[in-house]
Design a protein around this ligand. Structure first.
Ligand code: 4GY
Length: 245
């Protein structure tokens, strides 16, 4: 998977992309990340990338030409690359979206700054993605979130083949509680079943705790989780529902 990042702050990507997992994925050629400075596509002696908003208002807006020239330069050799604008107005990033994007060969991630980007940049984007209902100072951290979430779904990136397949959202439920040594810490013990060696009992317990956690913290996820009759019975115990309606 190739990521081209259009940004005014390419340095923001250096350390996160050198870190152990993403750094190794890049060394192994599993992902390739190209940092493209929007300023390189700005014109004039000062290479200005922002300007005042028409109609007035506070702050500056990123000019369309440098970003769109940058996108076109990347697309020239890669017409199939998908252009994604990182904005709070985009499609909320969820596991299903990450899975879909992970199937693509080439993404161009556009990182805005200041008060936003000229609306005409939106017209050349294939989609807009939001990582949540809050506003960051720029799209860079968002692009890193997208790269990280996609990379760990690419076979080989987590080392173990299929290592991402049994984590939380691939099941549509929150993760069950996990423990490592010591068996007791400040009087708080590891649940007995996890020490039992009974793999079926452990699986049942984990499923039950996943369901409990999801019910308590994110009931909105349950309708999409594809629950079995067995799962539904367990849930009914928490909800006190008789299950006969
Ligand atoms: N939230 N999800 C987000 C963001 C920063 C001004 C446009 C978000 O995706 N991006 O907060 N981005 C803004 C900063 C320009 C992007």
């Amino acid at each position: 998977m190739i990521f081209d990042i259009l940004t005014l702050f390419p340095e923001m990507f250096h350390s996160p992309l050198e870190g152990s997992i993403l750094g190794k994925a890049r060394d192994a050629g599993l992902i390739q990340v190209n940092l493209v400075n929007v300023r390189d596509y700005a014109e004039g002696r000062h290479r200005v990338t922002d300007d005042y908003p028409y109609g007035g208002g506070k702050g500056m807006i990123m000019k369309p030409e440098p970003i769109i020239r940058g996108i076109k330069a990347i697309q020239a050799g890669n017409p199939e690359a998908r252009v994604i604008l990182m904005t709070p107005q985009g499609t909320p990033l969820r596991h299903e979206v990450v899975k879909r994007l992970a199937q693509l060969a080439h993404l161009i991630l556009v990182c805005g700054r200041y008060e936003g980007v000229d609306e005409r940049v939106r017209d050349v984007a294939d989609e807009e993605i939001s990582i949540g209902d809050y506003v960051l100072t720029g799209g860079e951290l968002t692009a890193l979130v997208v790269i990280d979430a996609i990379a760990r779904l690419i076979p080989g990136v987590l080392g173990d083949e299929g290592a991402s397949e049994d984590d939380s959202f691939s099941q549509g439920l929150l993760e069950y509680p996990q423990y490592t040594r010591p068996r007791a810490f400040e009087g708080r013990k590891v649940p007995e079943v996890l020490l039992s060696g009974d793999h079926q009992a452990i699986e049942r317990w984990r499923k039950r705790e996943s369901l409990r956690r999801t019910w308590e913290r994110r009931p909105d996820l349950l309708s999409q989780a594809g629950l079995s009759d067995e799962d539904q019975k367990i849930l009914d115990e928490f909800t006190g529902s008789s299950g006969t309606d």
